[in-house]
Design a protein around this ligand. Structure first.
Ligand code: ATP
Length: 342
């Protein structure tokens, strides 16, 4: 058994947590939700089980998403969640402690970074590393970022969108905005409320987005039946919503993302933007799967735009690749070993 080691990559996302183990691939994929009993202050459920409780809890139970908005809104709960997931995949009394590479939403402060690193150490890591989201996303999408050649990645998660230009294993330009899949859902909730006086839940909004939602004014012509609560009568109500309506609802948030991509292109050094013209823009993250978003970005920038092969898994796969190439990436990572932060 000597020489045995374990390398683990964690995508600590605002919507989903994914865990990757070298040699095994992605071994865990669960929503970033924790259910807490407010009376006793104990954790009742984590992940999928907790997600089923979102919006359906009695007064004493709360189901929260600790990383919502791309910041660590609730540090203790984030730590609990991270520990829970890591302990699920690392065998008890594992003699050789794993090295853990964690990807955190961009915009996280130094204090929060330290908290995540410490939580990973407490969960049993020998050494922990933090990698920035665009870097992990690019690696996971299979981009060769080690060469002196520019690539652009647009990573749209639940809470944040990162637009970055990478070259020589590092981030040259990057911008992040607090718009992602969650904002799309919220926009749909607001739309239905405004147009129909009906209140729908977040999960219904997400279903609308995934099933019939569109970022393009034309091209998708579907509709679906949804249920909510009529704000006038207070009773449940069923109504039908169309793709065209989702376009109207989503347009504002979608435009913010397109605008940010343009801004980053404007501040990208010319040699690198010419590389991007050749290679195209790669999109990762679940939010990038919104129908037509790739096409819209292509239309608005004039640059070929592609969805990565498995947008939801890119960041997790990237953390694994980063562990394989620690040597060449060390400068771009934050590490923690025995309580030091670099
Ligand atoms: N087919 C789809 N169409 C549109 N949106 C989708 C689709 N599938 C998933 N999503 C959205 O993707 C988002 C989650 O993406 P992902 O798991 O990449 O985020 P995350 O990495 O947890 O978040 P962040 O990067 O902000 O930390 C959710 O808002 C979800 O609704």
């Amino acid at each position: 058994m000597f020489g045995m080691s374990m390398d683990i990559g964690v995508d600590l996302g605002t919507a989903n947590v994914l865990v990757y183990i070298k040699g095994k691939g992605i071994v865990l994929r669960e929503p970033s939700v924790v259910a807490i009993d407010r009376d006793s202050n104990t954790v009742l459920a984590v992940g999928e089980e907790a997600r089923r409780m979102l919006g359906r809890t009695p007064g004493n139970i709360i189901a929260i998403r600790p990383l919502r908005e791309g910041v660590i809104a609730d540090y203790d709960t984030t730590e609990t969640m991270l520990r829970h997931f890591i302990s699920k995949v690392v065998p008890k009394n594992f003699f050789f402690k794993p090295r853990i590479m964690v990807c955190i939403p961009s915009g996280v402060t130094t204090v929060e970074k330290r908290a995540v690193l410490e939580a990973a150490v407490q969960a049993g890591a020998k050494k922990t590393y933090l990698i920035e989201e665009p870097l992990a996303a690019a690696l996971g999408a299979g981009l060769d970022i080690s060469e002196p050649f520019g690539s652009m990645v647009v990573d749209i998660g639940g809470g944040t969108t990162d637009v970055a230009v990478l070259s020589l294993g590092g981030i040259v330009v990057s911008e992040s905005l607090r718009v992602g899949g969650d904002k799309f859902d919220e926009a749909l909730v607001r739309y239905v409320k405004r147009e129909y006086n009906v209140m729908i839940g977040e999960r219904t909004a997400e279903q609308i987005k995934v099933t019939i939602g569109t970022a393009l004014v034309s091209g998708r012509n579907e509709s679906m039946e949804i249920r909510g609560r009529d704000l006038v009568s207070g009773l449940p109500k069923t109504l039908r919503i169309t793709s065209a309506e989702t376009f109207e609802a989503l347009n504002e948030s979608v435009s913010l993302i397109v605008q940010r991509v343009k801004t980053v292109l404007e501040i990208t050094p010319p040699e690198l933007s010419s590389d991007i013209m050749d290679r195209g823009i790669v999109m990762t993250g679940g939010g990038s799967m919104l129908y037509g978003l790739d096409k819209l970005i292509q239309q608005e920038t004039g640059i070929p735009t592609y969805l990565a092969e498995d947008p939801l898994s890119c960041v997790a796969l990237g953390t694994g690749k980063a562990l394989d190439s620690l040597g060449s990436l060390e400068d771009s990572l934050t590490t923690l070993k025995r309580g030091s932060i670099a």
